[in-house]
Design a protein around this ligand. Structure first.
Ligand SMILES: Cc1cc2nc3c(=O)[nH]c(=O)nc-3n(C[C@H](O)[C@H](O)[C@H](O)COP(=O)(O)OP(=O)(O)OC[C@H]3O[C@@H](n4cnc5c(N)ncnc54)[C@H](O)[C@@H]3O)c2cc1C
Length: 453
């Protein structure tokens, strides 16, 4: 990742170690790009040179943050669409019993987003995306946040499984599955973890044996998020038990409505049941549903995990920024020791720290997006993102508890979102690979340290 920086239209020119401040910073794109100013100006021996003729190039103080006409058009089109189409916020309980209504609300929303061609702008055009460049993805995130648009329901399909199908799937699989991921007609889940295979997922024992043109799957998965309403699963199975563990694994695209699939929800600390145990008893899966090659599923799994860490990271920024903005606003209203929490010395420090951490995270997101422009499968930057977002969110939710005091515990206050977020954040450093595993990846793949085992 070294030397890798945001490189949209901005050309980087070496200046013999001189650090120059960017002078001109105006226009609508500034919000997306501003975080790079301190980073670029203080840490690199570069300055940024515009490729616009109407910007003075003398003295070298040049950074053009204006959007090109095409980018402005992109932003205006998106903004107008969001203004006209973002639904009223969902009201009502989001608890397990009423999940159906909330689920329908989100699924309808994604259908609408898909129809308008905004469901996954970074995907290639031929598969329903817009082949969007980095700057457009940055604009997209900013506009989505500004419009307070609801999330997209098919998050695993959009961020993990779709990109993996694009990277290693057959043309037939791409045509069959990608449009319905985008439209949320088919919801996807990820069947990797098992009771005895989590961090070391290659130890998995769910097996699949060949029977004509089908595999027959038997075994159990666990912690499978949203399996209770998923239509399809990307499932890792053992197809050759006689070879070293990483070599006998195959990735299958499995219809969750097949005979022999049983889903049992597991209740979490938050009270909701968003993940599940999934049992497979003689489930028949056509061989054409192998994603990648038979017995080479480990590389498909790695592609998915890399996508998971990288793409989930880019998605959660919007959510965290909204949470922090709301927390700051509440801290002016809620009293602590007789005065607004925002005036409390410790709380102010922690809010400022949360803001800083979120901005650093935003920089890392942009850097990862930039890197992903050049490669089909993201690299270890996804692990850095994963570590950052999971740990900063836990600290931010702790700060919310301290700032809001007893109010944070009430379900009648902000619909109970604070206590829910706090409890839910405990899982952040486990899901999508634990913090220890991410640090191992950074140690090995970024720092070049030897393996820990
Ligand atoms: C909310 C949530 C949603 C999830 N959703 C899904 C899903 O949709 N699909 C899916 O397949 N899985 C899912 N998971 C499972 C998740 O991927 C695993 O929980 C995770 O990979 C850890 O595996 P484990 O729970 O078996 O813990 P273990 O692997 O048993 O780890 C136990 C502890 O040992 C540490 N440890 C393990 N190996 C090492 C090592 N080499 N070096 C240092 N420390 C180590 C771990 O960091 C951890 O602290 C989800 C988990 C959560 C919490």
């Amino acid at each position: 990742m070294s030397g890798h920086i945001f490189k949209v239209r901005l050309q980087i020119v070496r200046q013999g170690g001189t650090q120059k401040r960017a002078k001109k910073a105006k226009g609508p794109g500034i919000l997306s790009l501003l975080p790079f100013l301190p980073f670029l100006c203080s840490t690199l021996p570069y300055y940024l040179k515009p490729n616009f003729e109407n910007v003075s190039r003398h003295q070298g103080e040049i950074m053009d943050l204006n959007l090109t006409p095409d980018e402005q058009q992109f932003r205006d089109e998106l903004r107008a669409w969001l203004q006209a189409n973002v639904p009223q916020p969902y009201v009502g309980s989001r608890n397990e019993e009423e999940k159906g209504a909330y689920f329908d609300y989100l699924r309808n929303w994604q259908g609408k987003v898909y129809e308008a061609g905004w469901a996954s702008i970074s995907w290639p055009i031929e598969y329903g995306g817009r082949g969007a460049a980095l700057i457009e993805q940055a604009i997209f995130q900013e506009e989505w946040m500004r419009a307070e648009a609801p999330p997209l329901i098919n998050v695993l399909g959009l961020s993990l499984i779709g990109p993996t199908i694009i990277a290693v799937g057959t043309e037939e699989q791409k045509r069959r599955f990608l449009p319905k991921i985008l439209s949320a007609e088919e919801i996807w889940c990820q069947g990797f973890s098992e009771p005895n295979a989590g961090s070391d997922v290659a130890s998995l024992s769910t097996k699949a044996t060949l029977d004509g043109d089908h595999f027959v799957v038997n075994g159990q998965k666990i912690w499978t998020s949203i399996a209770h309403y998923a239509d399809w699963s990307l499932l890792l199975v053992r197809t050759d038990p006689t070879v070293p563990k990483h070599k006998g694994i195959t990735a299958l695209l499995v219809d969750m409505h097949s005979p022999g699939v049983t889903v049992r929800p597991l209740k979490q600390l938050t009270g909701e049941a968003s993940f599940n145990e999934v049992f497979f008893d003689d489930v028949r899966v056509p061989v054409i549903n192998v994603l990648g090659e038979i017995n080479k599923g480990w590389s498909t799994a790695i592609a998915t995990l890399m996508n998971e860490r990288a793409h989930l990271g880019t998605g959660v920024y919007i959510q965290f920024k909204r949470n922090l903005d709301r927390l700051i606003s509440r801290s002016h209203e809620i009293k602590r020791n007789g005065k607004p929490a925002s005036q409390d010395t410790l709380i102010r420090q922690k809010l400022a720290q949360a803001y800083l951490e979120l901005e650093v995270f935003r920089l890392t997101v942009m850097r990862a997006l930039s890197r992903m422009q050049d490669q089909i499968i993201p690299g270890p930057e996804g692990s850095i993102l994963k570590l950052q977002w999971s740990e900063l969110n836990q600290r931010m939710q702790q700060t919310a508890m301290e700032a809001l005091g007893p109010h944070a515990q009430l379900h009648s206050f902000d619909e109970g979102q604070w206590v829910f977020n706090y409890l839910r954040s405990r899982a952040n450093t486990i899901e999508a690979g634990t913090s220890e595993i991410q640090r191992n990846i950074v140690a090995e793949r970024v720092l070049g340290l030897p393996k820990s085992y």
